[in-house]
Design a protein around this ligand. Sequence first.
Ligand SMILES: NC(=O)c1ccc[n+]([C@@H]2O[C@H](COP(=O)([O-])OP(=O)(O)OC[C@H]3O[C@@H](n4cnc5c(N)ncnc54)[C@H](O)[C@@H]3O)[C@@H](O)[C@H]2O)c1
Length: 322
Amino acid sequence: MTVMPASLVTGAAGFIGSHLCERLLQAGHRVVGLDAFTDYYPRAVKEANLGTLRTRPDFRFLEVDLARADLAPVVAEADFIFHQAGQPGVRASWGREFDVYVEHNIRATQRLLEAARGSARLQRLVFASSSSVYGETSDLPLREHSPTRPFSPYGVTKLAAEHLCSLYHANYGLPTVALRYFTVYGPRQRPDMAFHKFIRAALQDRPIVLYGDGEQTRDFTYVGDAVEANWLALAPRAVGQVFNIGGGSRCSVIQVLASLEEILGRPIRRDQRPTPPGDVRHTWADTTRAREVLGFSPRASLQEGLARQVAWLRMTAPPESG
Ligand SMILES: NC(=O)c1ccc[n+]([C@@H]2O[C@H](COP(=O)([O-])OP(=O)(O)OC[C@H]3O[C@@H](n4cnc5c(N)ncnc54)[C@H](O)[C@@H]3O)[C@@H](O)[C@H]2O)c1
């Protein structure tokens, strides 16, 4: 009898985590998906993300808070852990909300690593880090050895979690890998993220809120490519390393809006506001290391990825984010 590899995906009801669960099932893994349904956006949206996953015989769902539960029994059964759970969002991480970021990004990660340290069977722990660890810089493209000076409290918590992963690797040999995602988009994108808000507003013929002059750029990454990077992070050579995961589609917000207008076949009205604190001007990933070590090569063009996200939003009309 062949034994199927067992994967644990934290944040399984989220945008990226739900896609990753599907990819792992497709690869023949047994998957335990874990999520606490934090209230950053509505539970109904996350339940919809899980979709048919819950009906799959090789998928088990656990409603568990990493920051509170006893994680040893959960971790003990995993060959691979994909740690996607976290409190996302740069703009909401100021003020009193910072505690929530510390809880779900730092404490949750430290507790998971402590539990994983005792596992005899764990082969990999892949951590979902962020381009936000770099902060504001004009030295582009960003390389993994570029200075890390976060520009937002969110970025500080992601960098702290990333450091925790590398020091558990250095001290205890835990096989960790960190993937620094650059602005991920596509079907199921979180309702607070720009493309989601742009498309939804345009479909409802409302003006969008455009922060700054629109000339800020991002290295947009299609969700399927971010998911593939997790799969490639199982390569033995990846252990102990950090990788930039960018989609190779660096462009400005104005250019994104032009593409969207083309896909939707209508103009998008703009309500311009000042840039919020914590937002950096540019991101741009140098993905040489991911290409050389992991064989990572993003497949989706921005135009294709946007069209898929538009089709998803047209079809599903997920519940409003409130
Ligand atoms: N989406 C992006 O562009 C992007 C970019 C860089 C990094 N990331 C990171 O990737 C990961 C996934 O992002 P996403 O966009 O899919 O976010 P998401 O909010 O859709 O998914 C995260 C999930 O984690 C769950 N969660 C949070 N704290 C938890 C806890 N303590 N215990 C259990 N579950 C918990 C939430 O309920 C949520 O369903 C996050 O760690 C985020 O910081 C995302």
